[in-house]
Design a binder for this molecule. Structure first.
Ligand SMILES: Cc1ncc(COP(=O)(O)O)c(C=O)c1O
Length: 384
């Protein structure tokens, strides 16, 4: 039986060479390699400033703090995402206010946002789920009308574009993840954009204890007394993480083309399988193709996951909706039925194996496993 992993990174010689470059110098923590990565990533995105950080969760937390969002404030966001989108809001002291999602994409439904705005609302925090950007033009129009900030969770979407808008372009801050399975990865890591000079300076302080000097400053300029001008955190990316990211940044577009070819083939073969729905893209969108989920009958979903597991095919659920997780039910008082579209997707979704170096024959193995598992409902089901 051919095992098919859910994900396989493609890091190797180029990353090792770049790490060797860091090892040859004195600075392992935040220094020249991080600055090089920040410049290159800002250029790639077409943004003025980027800071390298330790995670997207940290980036989201910092963005909220930099925008002075905290206790008593509300942030409108999606329940159909990884839990970090909401825990970052709670860490800032603000309250996440969920809005339901579009049934065909799982993205925050811009048409429902306005109804959730209250006098306490300070920001909208959309997530570009699976790699498809939300309708940023619609969200920006609402944010401008109500004087709200926008913080983008771009953990799934570096390469995307929609209606001519790219990540970071229509928001105050955009937050990226370089977690182990992301399109750009260094194991753990992240980045944040901000075009406003005052905002990036606040973020720079928030990233490192609120200190006015860093180790790299001391190395370059010699020791000078430093001060702490605000309460900061410990979210700085180090030179080794930046070294791992640099070669991947150079091949980002080539890898996107590889994933596009794989996605096109998955779509072709899975469209013929009854009972499988593939989440939609949008016209005028470049989909970053981070994940490849399918929606199946909710009654069959968990059985399919165990069938895949028996065949050593890796799958993941992205996501069970946040509002139904124990902590959120208990502390925020959410319950079943609050966001029916997110709940339906949460019950129906399975993410299939997907990574740029995945052999084409693996797609056929996965599709065949899905089709045969779907059409071999166990006897208990037949009796039920
Ligand atoms: C949508 C989304 N937001 C936020 C995060 C958190 O990213 P990190 O692990 O870099 O903190 C993730 C990570 O998987 C994610 O998928």
């Amino acid at each position: 039986m051919q095992a098919v992993p859910f994900f396989q990174h493609d890091l190797g010689r180029p990353e090792l060479d770049e790490i060797a470059d860091v090892f040859a110098g004195p600075m392992l923590t935040t220094g020249d390699k991080v600055a090089e990565f920040e410049r290159a990533f800002a250029d790639y995105l077409g943004r003025r400033h980027v800071l390298g950080v330790t995670s997207c969760t940290g980036a989201l937390h910092m963005a909220l703090l930099a925008l002075n969002i905290g206790p008593g404030d509300e942030v409108i966001t999606t329940p159909m995402t990884f839990v970090a989108t909401s825990t970052a809001i709670l860490e800032s002291g603000a309250r996440p206010i969920f809005v339901d999602v579009e049934p065909d994409t799982g993205n925050l439904d811009a048409c429902l946002v306005e109804a959730a705005i209250t006098p306490r609302t300070r920001a909208i925090l959309p997530v570009h789920l699976y790699g498809l950007m939300c309708d940023m033009r619609a969200l920006r129009e609402i944010a401008d009308r109500f004087g709200l900030a926008i913080i983008e969770d771009c953990a799934h979407c570096v390469e995307g574009m929609r209606d001519g808008v790219r990540p970071g372009e229509f928001s105050d801050c955009a937050c990226f993840s370089f977690y182990a399975t992301k399109n750009l990865t260094c194991g753990e890591g992240g980045a944040i954009t901000a075009d406003r000079d005052d905002l990036i300076e606040r973020l720079r302080l928030l990233r490192l204890h609120g200190m006015t000097k860093t180790a790299a400053d001391r190395y370059r300029e010699g020791y000078a007394h430093w001060d702490v001008t605000m309460l900061g955190w410990k979210y700085n990316m180090d030179n080794i993480q930046a070294a791992i990211l640099m070669p991947q940044l150079r091949r980002l577009e080539v890898k996107l083309r590889d994933r596009e070819r794989l996605a096109a083939r998955y779509i072709e073969i899975l469209s013929c399988v009854p009972g499988v729905t593939i989440p939609a893209s949008r016209r005028h969108a470049i989909h970053a193709r981070h994940l490849f989920p399918v929606f199946v009958d909710a009654k069959e979903r968990d059985r399919l996951i165990s069938e895949f597991s028996k065949r050593q095919i890796g799958t993941v659920v992205n996501y069970r909706p946040i509002h139904l997780l124990k902590y959120f039910r208990e502390t925020l008082g959410y319950c079943d039925g609050d966001f029916p579209v997110a709940e339906a997707i949460g019950a129906e979704t399975i993410s299939l194996p997907f990574y740029p170096t995945m052999p084409f024959e693996f797609l056929d193995i996965v599709a065949e496993a899905l089709a045969s598992a779907l059409h071999s409902a166990p006897a208990v089901h037949a009796l039920a």
